[in-house]
Design a protein around this ligand. Structure first.
Ligand code: ZN
Length: 384
């Protein structure tokens, strides 16, 4: 039996959305997990990329659920890191399948009035924070088969004296381990929703991915995680990390890079808050562990009064905010040999896919697998 884990780092503009498929593709031993789905409206001129993400999620959940013989579209586990809208304001649309025209997308492959069923929901903070936001909390909660309960204060999976940690959520007969490494810091009712983010370490076949939501390493690592998971235990050493809080200034620190030693880093942001900050990109590089794959654009900013700057890099640092056109027209050839152009002030977002297979050296990265407009593999990208 050959299993794999596919992680999709979606482009939702200023917001966050990651989904994971794990197990044996096209069999009933195939599961799907979603960590956040939201965006900040008004951040994109024209259509929000969260609409195309909605279509992709409906499509992936449908394919997996049908292969598993489910009678409804089914999501195994939904994690909502915290109550900020840019992390969950699209979830009610996903449950009901409602797109921007009001159509039910589930109905393409399922009976009329189909809605999503969710196996389990885990969220950060207090339930009242969600109920007050007007993003359809009850619709989401009612889609869940199991009780939806809050986590405790400073919740995390404990490391025992022999340095073992038991994951809160084992899946696929223990082949997939989802550890809770932090949530509700310092308490469930504390004021800063970002630090209450559910922070996850996901382990599959000896590789690890860390997702922080809007948790900021500058605030949680030295005060909490460093004590819970001492550096010499190597528990936090990972293959990939998503930068905390959209690549904010204090979301990533040199100490966090040293503790995690990532080979790849991802970040999700839009254009408008200077995310991702170049200082966060430099910090995650500081441990010297990031590997190289294919050429791609990476853009970052040094603050609100500084323009974005792009690098054409082979480093495995992947931002959905791929390119911001700050000077001349940019042009690239797509897979069909067509030249696509973007002019000043426009920006290009992409979704990244990271795949882990049986061979631990066989990691694979790709981007925009559903819309191969912007190339970049194996060659430097040129600006005309
Ligand atoms: Zn956020």
């Amino acid at each position: 039996m050959s299993t794999q884990m596919d992680t999709f780092f979606h482009d939702v503009g200023q917001g966050d959305c990651t989904h994971i498929e794990a197990g044996e593709p096209s069999t009933d031993n195939w599961q799907i997990f979603l960590i956040d789905f939201g965006f900040k409206p008004g951040d994109y001129p024209g259509e929000s990329p969260s609409q195309s993400t909605l279509i992709v999620l409906v499509d992936r959940i449908t394919e997996i659920s049908i292969e598993r013989g489910k009678n409804k579209p089914y999501l195994d586990h939904l994690f909502i890191t915290h109550s900020d809208g840019d992390h969950w304001n699209m979830l009610a649309n996903l449950v009901t399948g409602t797109d921007e025209n009001g159509d039910n997308l589930w109905e393409a492959k399922w009976p009329d009035d189909t809605t999503l069923e969710i196996g389990k929901i885990t969220y950060g903070g207090e339930e009242s924070e969600y109920r007050n936001k007007g993003y359809g909390w009850d619709t989401i909660k009612n889609a869940c088969r199991t009780p939806v309960l809050p986590l405790g204060p400073a919740a995390h999976d404990e490391m025992l004296i022999d340095e073992t940690v038991t994951p809160s959520w084992p899946y696929l007969n223990g082949e997939l381990k989802i550890y809770l490494i932090g949530a509700n810091i310092p308490t469930r009712a504390s004021r800063d929703p970002n630090l209450k983010s559910v922070m996850l370490l996901i382990e599959f076949k000896g590789r690890k991915l860390i997702l922080l939501g809007d948790g900021e390493a500058g605030k949680f690592y030295e005060n909490y995680l460093e004590g819970w998971y001492p550096e010499d235990s190597n528990f936090l050493n990972c293959t990939a990390v998503k930068l905390g809080h959209h690549g904010s200034r204090s979301g990533t620190t040199d100490a966090w890079a040293t503790a995690t030693k990532p080979e790849a880093a991802f970040v999700s942001s839009g254009y408008g808050y200077s995310h991702p900050y170049c200082v966060a990109i430099r910090a995650i590089r500081s441990a010297g562990t990031i590997k190289n794959a294919f050429y791609h654009w990476l853009t970052c900013s040094d603050g609100l009064n500084h323009p974005y700057g792009q690098q054409n890099t082979q480093e495995n640092i992947f931002s959905n905010l791929w390119y911001v056109v700050t000077d001349r027209e940019v042009s690239a050839e797509n897979n069909a040999g067509k030249i696509k152009k973007k002019s000043y002030g426009m920006f290009v977002g992409v979704t990244y896919l990271m795949q882990w297979f049986d061979d631990p050296n066989d990691d694979s990265f790709a981007f925009s697998p559903f819309d191969n407009v912007w190339p970049g593999q194996n060659k430097p990208i040129t600006i005309l």
